[in-house]
Design a protein around this ligand. Structure first.
Ligand code: F6R
Ligand code: MG
Ligand code: MG
Length: 365
């Protein structure tokens, strides 16, 4: 029997401002998921948060896009929203775009990453959850994990990785997808992946046998809603060891806090800081953007763990570097490239300002 991992996340209210989901909301989600476990919808689950986003990590035998699993997550977020409203938490229900569930949580606001596989004799899985950034934040680290031999030694020295991986890329603007193969198409692949706000990695498969290796949530909430209602803080599931990159190879790219879009008002570039869960509290200028990594062993559809993977002093230097980059970027104030280009900003007064100045613009001789 196959095992499915579904990670579904939403921001349904936080404290104070957009810093952290309240514990009571996670407890409410726990009640709903525990019922779903009792009735056999779920086999197991673990609930965490990164900043203001609650992440429901669920295992079951129902395959991807299962109506009952999605409805369970939806109900958990709905109930948590009621509580958030009572407590007047900030942004209560902000990621729920609809009042009613209609079969699949996709398109209703929450982000969703899923994968189904036949368990190996031992199956280590790493779940990454971000806050104050967007799905394209995973392009660079996932490329390095599955395609860069300077990151992943196994691509060179382990025959079971040596043939490479296939990348499924979504164009989130045109709603199209393409599968590209690495290393043969590496340069073409990078031409797309470098455009992080448009082309995002959805899934990665091992080329030898088509086995699923990674899955990312790609929902763009702001595009769905047609107006600013928060960034699309993403999650990712990555399998590791024995034919996949080792856990240490999976974590290694996060040691360099690369620049991602998000941060204050979803409108600034900043470094993605790898943190232990207790430090997933983006405070400075509502950031800088955070990523946590939780490691599980998946055993007979149960989640063993987690271990909080960035809770390692070896990542201290990365955090110091992220703080230094944050300091440097902040000095730019409202100037690009700290501020995102106008078409990527979540809040923009530019059209109003241009309208006001319309009569004052003159032709340049
Ligand atoms: C970014 C984020 C925050 C808010 C900011 C303003 O993803 O969540 O930076 O954009 O705190 O929030 P509002 O507009 O709700 O006052
Ligand atoms: Mg929020
Ligand atoms: Mg968030």
């Amino acid at each position: 029997m196959k095992t499915t991992i579904s990670v579904i996340k939403a921001d349904v209210g936080s404290l104070a401002g957009h810093v952290r989901a309240h514990e009571a909301l996670k407890e409410k989600c726990d009640e709903i998921l525990s019922e779903a476990k009792d009735t056999g919808v779920l086999e197991d689950y673990y609930i965490t948060n990164c900043g203001d986003d609650i992440d429901l990590i669920m295992t079951h035998h129902r395959g991807e896009e299962d109506e009952e699993v999605h409805e369970t997550a939806w109900n958990a977020f709905k109930e948590a929203t009621k509580l958030a409203r009572e407590m007047k938490l900030y942004g209560a229900g902000q990621d729920l775009l609809s009042d009613t569930f209609s079969g699949n949580i996709k398109g209703l606001g929450p982000g969703c990453a899923e994968m189904e596989f036949k368990e190996r004799p031992s199956d280590p899985v790493i779940i990454f959850c971000c806050d104050k950034t967007e799905p394209g934040a995973f392009n660079l680290p996932l490329f390095r994990i599955f395609a860069d031999p300077f990151n992943t030694a196994g691509l060179v020295i382990d025959p079971s990785l040596h043939n490479g991986y296939k990348f499924e890329i979504f164009d989130v603007i045109e709603h199209k997808k393409v599968i590209m193969s690495c290393p043969e198409e590496m340069y073409d692949l990078l031409a797309l992946l470098g455009a992080i706000s448009r082309y995002v990695i959805k899934k990665i498969y091992r080329k030898d046998d088509g086995e699923i290796a990674a899955s990312v949530s790609t929902e763009r909430l702001n595009i769905m809603a047609g107006k600013y209602i928060g960034k699309d803080d993403p999650v990712a599931i990555v399998r590791s060891q024995s034919g996949f990159p080792a856990a240490g190879e999976v974590l290694e790219p996060f040691s360099v806090p690369h620049l991602v879009g998000g941060w204050m008002r979803g409108s600034h570039n900043g470094p993605l800081m790898p943190v232990p869960q207790k430090n997933a509290t983006p405070v400075r200028f509502d950031g800088p953007p955070r990523v946590i990594g939780l490691g599980f062993q998946v055993a007979n559809c149960k989640l063993i763990g987690p271990i909080d993977l960035f809770d390692d002093p070896a990542f201290d230097r990365s955090r110091v570097l992220a703080s230094e980059i944050a300091e440097y970027m902040r000095r730019h104030g409202p100037f690009e490239p700290h501020r995102l280009p106008s078409d990527e900003m979540e809040y923009t007064t530019l059209p109003e300002i241009l309208e006001k100045l319309k009569g004052r613009f003159e032709d340049i001789e």
